[in-house]
Design a protein around this ligand. Structure first.
Ligand SMILES: Cc1cc2nc3c(=O)[nH]c(=O)nc-3n(C[C@H](O)[C@H](O)[C@H](O)COP(=O)(O)OP(=O)(O)OC[C@H]3O[C@@H](n4cnc5c(N)ncnc54)[C@H](O)[C@@H]3O)c2cc1C
Length: 370
């Protein structure tokens, strides 16, 4: 029987990235994909990835292999509140970085990772559950069954909201601007994208209460486009659907522990945040970077499954994942409150932050690297 150093369970973006990162350390990695084949249309989401995620994917030789027009840089970000004139703006120029983020096609990224895994010298895709290794890394997503089998608690709260994703084209160039509207209780984001039309496409993420999301999904395309026009006030031009619409139920979640003797949790199996800040996958990829570094820097005599070693990883990831959960949750609560006082406060707050360069720089730095 083949001998493996690490068993990675779950071959989503986090699991595949981890398998590649560990194989680059010379470790023998077994990658166990989902035994349940989940057939369906390709993922139409586009992810906002920060600089840390791009650096990781570049080091794995995946980033530069992405086909043309599957990743679009974001140079500016406009956020609007739910009162006239309440706005917050971020710019890469102001933050003195090349770009604030990249918007990447989710399905293309997964495909490119799968292709890198096929050619990775130390990664073996395994299809049985008898494979054993000193360390098991669980990257099975928010509903991880192996996490539950370990008896690790997972505190979850369903928001009662769904996020609708779709692809759009616009009559107006996107000028590499990401736009977001906080319209209590909806959060609508238009992420600049270059497919199907370079410089004139968007990826949509629209989070709404369940009933409203269902109504929007049931609408004919023209009625949906009109609803989008009403929500954006035409600021992004006339928008036309170029894909099916798909929706995800939204929740936040946190595992009671992310490491133990012989096991670790990464990605959504460890923490789930609302997509309003586009940070869930960034957190998962930062988990990958942290674990790979802890393993690379371990004392030569330390076993891979050593509980103390894995606790170093857990300690490093505690603060950033907790802070992002609090930030996204706080923003959501603030903008969900219908009372006029809350409305006044949040919109004044947005405008105030826009005028304090120090606070803006701090927020930008947090978003650039989770
Ligand atoms: C609408 C929406 C928009 C988002 N936008 C962004 C964004 O812009 N930026 C960002 O950073 N994040 C974003 N996110 C968050 C992001 O989607 C997740 O954080 C990310 O997909 C988590 O990746 P993962 O690999 O941990 O989990 P998953 O993507 O859930 O992958 C888990 C994998 O494990 C498999 N699996 C499940 N059970 C088993 C098992 N028993 N054995 C083996 N395999 C198993 C699954 O089939 C799957 O392949 C968004 C989320 C939503 C809902």
């Amino acid at each position: 029987m083949e001998r493996f150093d690490v068993l990675v369970r779950g071959s989503g973006i986090v699991g595949q990235s981890l398998a590649l990162a560990l194989s680059r350390l010379g470790l023998q990695v077994a990658l166990r994909p989902d035994p349940v084949r989940r057939e369906g249309p390709p993922d139409i989401r586009a992810y906002a990835l920060n600089a840390g995620s791009v650096t990781l994917l570049r080091s794995l030789k995946v980033w530069d292999a992405l086909p043309a027009h599957s990743a679009t840089p974001v140079h500016d970000m406009h956020i609007e509140g739910d009162a006239a004139g309440a706005a917050l703006e971020f710019s890469a120029w102001e933050a003195r970085v090349g770009e604030l983020a990249h918007i990447v096609d989710a399905a293309v990224l997964e495909r490119e990772l799968a292709s890198a895994v096929r050619f990775a010298p130390h990664v073996t895709v395994v299809n049985d559950d008898d494979v054993k290794a000193p360390l098991t890394a669980l990257c099975e997503g928010k509903a991880s069954s192996a996490r539950d089998a370990l008896g690790v608690g997972f505190e979850r709260e369903d928001y009662g909201h769904r996020a609708i994703a779709a692809r759009l084209t616009t009559t107006q160039g996107h000028r590499n601007i990401a736009r977001q509207w906080f319209r209590s209780p909806d959060v609508l984001a238009l992420l600049p994208f270059d497919t199907p039309q370079p410089q004139a496409s968007y990826a949509l993420v629209w989070s709404l209460p369940e009933a409203r999301a269902r109504a929007l999904l049931a609408m004919a395309p023209r009625a949906f486009e009109q609803a989008l026009m009403d929500a954006t006030g035409g600021a992004a031009g006339a928008l036309t659907l170029t894909s099916e619409r798909a929706a995800w139920p939204l929740m936040r979640g946190r595992a009671s522990s992310v490491s133990g003797a012989g096991w670790v949790l990464l990605g959504d199996a460890a923490h789930v945040v609302h997509p309003l800040a586009g940070q869930g996958l960034n957190l998962g990829l930062a988990d990958v970077v942290a674990l790979a570094r802890v393993i690379a820097e371990r004392e030569p005599w330390r076993e891979l499954g050593d509980e103390k070693l894995l606790r170093r990883y857990a300690r490093q990831r505690l603060a950033p994942t907790w802070a992002m959960g609090q930030l996204t949750d706080g923003l959501l609560q603030l903008f969900a409150h219908p009372a006029p006082v809350a409305r006044e406060l949040r919109n004044r707050g947005l405008t105030l932050v826009n005028h304090i360069p120090l606070v803006k720089r701090w927020l930008t730095a947090r978003a650039l690297d989770s």
